[in-house]
Design a protein around this ligand. Structure first.
Ligand code: NIG
Ligand code: FE
Length: 418
């Protein structure tokens, strides 16, 4: 019997397999495993992780959860979501099944702008009530932190309303929300004939307010044909950077462009989508330490064919992250396991790579890899008990929820009754 640590108040023991994502020299990261392990927590932190016998030698009388026959992994970190919207867009989903494209629908006034019209009619309370069930779905499917973007308001008042809702939601329920300002998601209806005016509004009014009220950590932009141009991106991200926000970009989702390269030069922490990213874009990301956030769920959901070249990115040593892109238009799912399946089948990522991408590399994309995304001492006790025998099984048996229990900051926040 070793010396017990009296601060330990929760232990998960008899764990068949523990998955531990780690950074390594190749840049992408890897997965270490411990068989027959245990994890001890004190408050919201992990204090000990190792083999069952080693850990149990230090555990005082406390709450014990047996995970015999189960796998334990860090909670997923979903680094790209648009969770605050009002009303859904299944009609557009049907229109695509009947042959319309995402761009056709957007240009006809649907798409992001239809979500904007709906969101503007909602109060903060209505938005909170609308979003909470979705946040529960994240927890039920093993996600313990999400990055959450604004972007369906597109007016000063409505963008601020969304960011305030994100802040309130973060404090009133267990899932962590990391806020991103995405006023540059689309040009709203009332500025279609004077886009410059809307860009001025973002730069002169929205960004200063967001920063003054500490409502976001990141500023993002949708840089694509028919949305924001590269010149506009340089102006908006430049202003956000000067105001003290970290930067992100939606780039090369629908066509190849210089957007990723320019964004890398501006110092973005992540470039997201990248389905058409050129070799030059990948080299620039490598050079500048940009994390690629891949969203294959959006390609799948929109019925498109071109997925990001994850293999090339991994071979280059880029720390590829996988995220859902959860939103009512281009990817209506909170489930990262489904995204891992799509990543393995369509982008030829291995199951092991998909785990690293949905945990540690996701944390890196939101500047949290020093606290979450893996299991180690002094990291946050965000962990998930899975009813699977090995890491490969999760993306393999898809469309089924294998979560037994989700633990957030050392507390059980979801338990599957099945
Ligand atoms: O990330 N690409 C831009 N924005 C979202 C789509 C939002 C919508 O259609 O409502 C995305 O895919
Ligand atoms: Fe997005």
């Amino acid at each position: 019997m070793g010396v017990t640590d009296p601060t330990i108040d929760l232990v998960i023991n008899h764990i068949d397999v523990i998955l531990i994502p780690e950074t390594n020299a190749d840049g992408f990261g890897s997965l270490r495993t411990i068989n027959h392990g245990a994890i001890a927590c004190a408050g919201d932190e992990i204090v000990m992780i190792g083999t069952h016998d080693d850990v149990m030698a230090h555990v005082p009388e406390c709450k014990v959860i047996s995970a015999a026959g189960k796998l334990v992994a860090p909670g997923f970190v979903d680094a790209h979501t648009h969770p605050v919207f009002f009303g859904t867009r299944e009609q557009e989903f049907k229109m695509r099944a009947l042959g319309k494209s995402y761009q056709d629908i957007a240009l006809a006034g649907g798409g992001i702008r239809s979500s904007v019209r709906k969101l503007r009619s909602a109060s903060e309370t209505e938005l909170i009530d609308h979003t909470i069930p979705h946040l529960k779905n994240f927890l039920r499917h093993g996600t313990t932190t999400i990055e959450a973007k604004s972007g369906y308001g597109l007016s000063v008042a409505d963008e601020i309303k969304i960011l305030r809702v994100i802040k309130k939601l973060d404090s009133m329920q267990p899932l962590d929300l990391v806020p991103t300002f995405l006023g540059a998601h689309e040009i709203p209806d009332e500025y279609r004939n004077d886009r410059q005016k809307y860009i001025d509004l973002i730069i002169n009014e929205m960004i200063p307010l967001v920063v003054d009220e500490k409502l976001a950590e990141f500023c993002d932009i949708f840089c694509e044909e028919h949305v924001f141009t590269i010149e506009e991106t340089i102006k908006i991200l430049g202003a956000a950077k000067d105001a003290g926000l970290q930067l992100k970009i939606h780039s090369e989702q629908l066509a190849s462009s210089a957007a990723t390269k320019i964004a890398a030069e501006l110092g973005v922490i992540s470039a997201d989508h990248l389905d058409y990213a050129s070799d030059d874009s990948l080299q620039q990301m490598k050079l500048r330490g940009v994390t690629p956030v891949l969203l294959p769920g959006a390609v799948f959901f929109l019925g498109l064919k071109t997925y990001a070249n994850a293999r090339k990115m991994i071979d280059l040593g880029l720390p590829v992250a996988l995220a859902t892109d959860f939103n009512p238009g281009s990817c209506m799912t909170e489930s990262l396991p489904i995204i891992m399946t799509i990543a393995c089948t369509q982008m030829k990522m291995t199951p092991e790579e998909s785990w690293v991408a949905a945990t540690l590399n996701g944390a890196r994309a939101i500047d949290r890899d020093h606290r979450i995304g893996t299991l180690k001492e002094h990291y946050v006790a965000d962990l998930v008990v899975w009813d699977i025998k090995n890491q490969d099984y999760l993306p393999y048996h898809f469309g089924i929820n294998h979560v037994v229990m989700t633990i957030k900051k050392g507390q059980i926040v979801f338990q599957n009754k099945a």
